[in-house]
Design a protein around this ligand. Structure first.
Ligand code: 5GP
Length: 201
């Protein structure tokens, strides 16, 4: 059976990746989103086991020590990581899997999973990014400044990504379609279709 492919979607806070990923998953329910573990507190409306697995710092460190994390990082003072078993099982079962993670984790995955495809989503420019971060109205000035600085650092890693998708204001649907086109194209790569040749010879 054909194995699944792994797609990383990352981009700075304010890139709109959450909305794009939601649109992608509702249009293509056959895609599976990997649920990360985190030590940060749930935000209002977030559900354990749906948005994240919310675990303690001790529990997270125990999982790192026992090799259960495919990748992990610290972001804004909290741990975030991808549970390895679920991802590997999905891929073995032929399921495509989406990881919505930041750049440090993305680079770890690129090293560990052969053929992982990294897609960076960005706002069109830093002015739009700042307007989006301020528009949320949920963060302090200090946090916004930290996120902006971090966003600039993240975008510098673009050359290490396979694809760039620019998320203009109010264009999440188009972005989700663009990401899906990338998924379709990756499946057509000859390297993933070697077994077809055997049917001809
Ligand atoms: P938030 O707290 O806003 O949900 O997420 C903060 C950042 O952590 C986002 O950039 C998000 O993509 C990233 N993130 C979420 N889960 C993971 C994960 O499992 N690993 C890594 N490396 N980053 C993650």
């Amino acid at each position: 059976m054909r194995k699944g492919l792994l797609f990383i979607i990352s981009g700075p806070a304010g890139s709109g990746k959450g909305t794009v990923v939601n649109r992608l998953l509702s249009a293509h329910p056959e895609l599976k989103l990997s649920i990360s573990a985190t030590t940060r507190q749930p935000r209002p409306g977030e559900v354990d086991g749906v948005h994240y697995y919310y675990i303690s710092k001790d529990e997270f460190e125990e999982r790192i020590a026992s090799g259960k994390m495919l990748e992990y990082t610290t972001y804004s003072g909290n741990y975030y990581g991808t549970p390895e078993k679920e991802v590997r099982q999905a891929l073995e079962n032929g399921q495509d899997i989406i990881l919505e993670i930041e750049v440090d984790g993305a680079m770890q995955i690129k090293e560990r999973i052969e053929g992982a495809v990294a897609i960076m989503l960005t706002p069109p420019n830093s002015q739009v990014l700042e307007a989006r971060l301020r528009g949320r109205g949920t963060e302090t000035d200090e946090v916004i400044k930290w996120r902006l600085a971090r966003a600039k650092e993240e975008v510098k890693l673009l050359p290490k990504y396979d694809y760039l998708v620019i998320n203009e204001d109010n264009r999440s649907d188009e972005c989700a379609q663009m990401v899906y086109s990338i998924i379709l194209a990756e499946h057509q790569k000859s390297i993933h279709n070697r077994s077809i040749i055997e049917k001809f010879i």
